[in-house]
Design a protein around this ligand. Structure first.
Ligand code: PLP
Length: 285
């Protein structure tokens, strides 16, 4: 495997950053994960636009033009022969003696990109069987709209899920309002048949898959209501599913050890998934 590190393509095993990188010491950085399918990068423009927003919210400049970044991404995918898989792109505030204040303006940002192929049969199994999740109390900061590498609460939540025999965790606020998954957005089809996902103006990351899934529903003629919903409404829902770049649209069949949606994947999630790739932007490698 080959990784990109600040202008160089290196064997994955030799790809390293300095111990005083601010990503390492302060989680002072941002990232994106993008799906690759049939040799096409999915929704690249939206991912790079969100990356620009994350950088600007943290007052970091773009390290290179969008065209240059796209060239590097393609090169990493080509060198790793990825046809189906993903790339991971991370940008930190660079290397400097440890100090909370920003380093001097001329400190280069650290840009790293890795890519890997994934086994489609893992997702196929999740689509067919659905997954189990747990709910966890929200304990993150209030800027989760920025895609930063500060993911410790997400890491702890996912590990807790794994130890409970589940695959994922859903953050719930103190009022019982469902926020989002540890690396995904949450959707339900209510007992009344209403397709619902919570607003993305605050409290969650605005998932690119969420945005494109909204385009998909419009194309399918499905009405989506963006409103808050609580855990009890989710537990009584006909369907519960997660959207994320790597999973696209994954049905949930059990929450906190109790079956939801009669314990079966539903039709809304499969309809969105089936139409997703057609509607999404596709950029050839
Ligand atoms: N919410 C969180 C906290 C995430 O980490 C992610 C993706 O990693 C998402 C939502 C889904 O975003 P996307 O659809 O852009 O992958």
């Amino acid at each position: 495997r080959i990784a990109y590190v600040n202008g160089r393509y290196l064997p994955h095993s030799d790809a390293a950053v300095h111990i005083e990188d601010r990503g390492f010491q302060f989680a002072d950085g941002v990232y994106e994960v993008c799906e690759v399918r049939q040799g096409m990068i999915v929704d690249l423009t939206r991912h790079l636009t969100r990356l620009d927003r994350s950088l600007s919210e943290l007052r970091m400049a773009s390290p290179m033009s969008r065209a240059a970044l796209t060239t590097v991404i393609r090169e990493v995918l080509r060198r790793n022969r990825v046809r189906n898989g993903l790339f991971y792109l991370q940008i930190t505030r660079g290397v400097a003696r440890r100090d909370h204040y920003f380093p001097s303006q001329d400190t280069p940002l650290t840009v790293t990109i890795t890519a890997k192929s994934t086994d489609p049969s893992i997702m196929t199994r999740k689509y067919a069987n659905g997954i189990k999740v747990i709910t966890v109390p929200e304990n993150r900061w209030d800027r989760v709209d920025i895609k930063t590498v500060g993911l410790l609460p997400n890491v702890l939540a996912k590990q807790q899920a794994k130890e409970a025999g589940a695959q994922d965790a859903i953050f719930v606020d103190r009022n019982g309002i469902v926020l989002e998954g540890a690396s995904s957005n949450v959707w339900i089809v209510t007992a009344d048949g209403e397709l619902v996902t919570r607003p993305a103006e605050y409290g969650i990351l605005r998932g690119i898959t969420r945005t494109t899934a909204l385009d998909v529903t419009a194309k399918l003629g499905l009405t989506v209501v963006e409103r808050d919903f609580k855990v009890d409404e989710m537990m009584a829902a006909r369907e519960v599913f997660l959207t994320s770049a790597t999973g696209i649209c994954v049905p949930i069949v059990e929450i906190d050890g109790k079956p939801v949606a009669n314990g079966h994947p539903g039709t809304a999630s499969s309809a969105i998934r089936d139409a997703f790739f057609d509607v999404a932007e596709k950029t050839a490698i």
